[in-house]
Write a protein that binds this ligand. Structure first.
Ligand code: FMN
Length: 173
């Protein structure tokens, strides 16, 4: 089942790396950072699992993944995405809508789980951006779940990685 499977990730705040590490461990594999993937890693690969976070509604590294799979086609792609919104059908629908143009072929399955967010651990430019974003979102009346999640997390750090969320994907393979 797993010899032709590759687990890739791109992670800034650590959540997607934690999910990729758990998925790979359960498949007896090593996760590989998307930035570090080599041609030989992809040779014979037919199932690709990609773990990444949402940044300003976009799945980190998705364009790069798409290019990679255009060069090295695979049979199946699974996306495991970390963000701050609730794990709901609405979140997944929005995720699809916002990222559809960058989806690799064949159409990937999507698993969503909550990630981590601690403004104090971010660099100065991101902290300043978050302060600005907080001001904007505080004035908005009709926040969507993504905006609501971000606003709350700017005030209160979130450590919501839940490795049991990988069960569904593992059972599907
Ligand atoms: C600059 C920035 C923008 C973000 N934008 C979103 C967003 O639009 N929607 C969301 O659900 N989470 C958003 N997040 C939260 C990340 O998805 C969360 O930190 C996740 O854990 C990131 O994955 P990583 O930990 O693997 O880097 C954002 C975080 C940062 C730092």
């Amino acid at each position: 089942m797993t010899e032709n499977t590759l687990v890739l990730f791109m992670s800034k705040n650590g959540a997607s790396k934690a999910y990729a590490t758990e998925i790979a461990k359960r498949l007896n594999l090593e996760p590989i950072a998307l930035k570090a993937v080599k041609k030989q890693d992809l040779s014979g690969c037919d199932t690709l699992i990609y773990c990444a976070g949402i940044y300003i509604s976009k799945i980190k590294g998705l364009k790069k993944l798409k290019k990679l799979t255009e060069k090295h086609p695979v049979k199946t792609i699974h996306l495991f995405i970390a963000g701050l919104s609730d794990d709901s059908a609405e979140t997944i629908a929005k995720l699809k809508k916002d990222n559809q143009a960058d989806f690799p072929e064949p159409a990937p399955s999507i698993t969503y789980a909550r990630g981590t967010f601690d403004v104090k651990k971010m660099g100065l430019p991101t902290r300043l951006m978050m302060r600005f974003l907080h001001r904007i979102l505080s004035k908005k009346s009709d926040l969507n779940p993504e905006e609501k999640g971000l606003l709350e997390a700017i005030d209160t750090p979130v450590y919501a990685v839940d490795l049991t969320k990988t069960d569904a994907l593992i059972n599907r393979l």
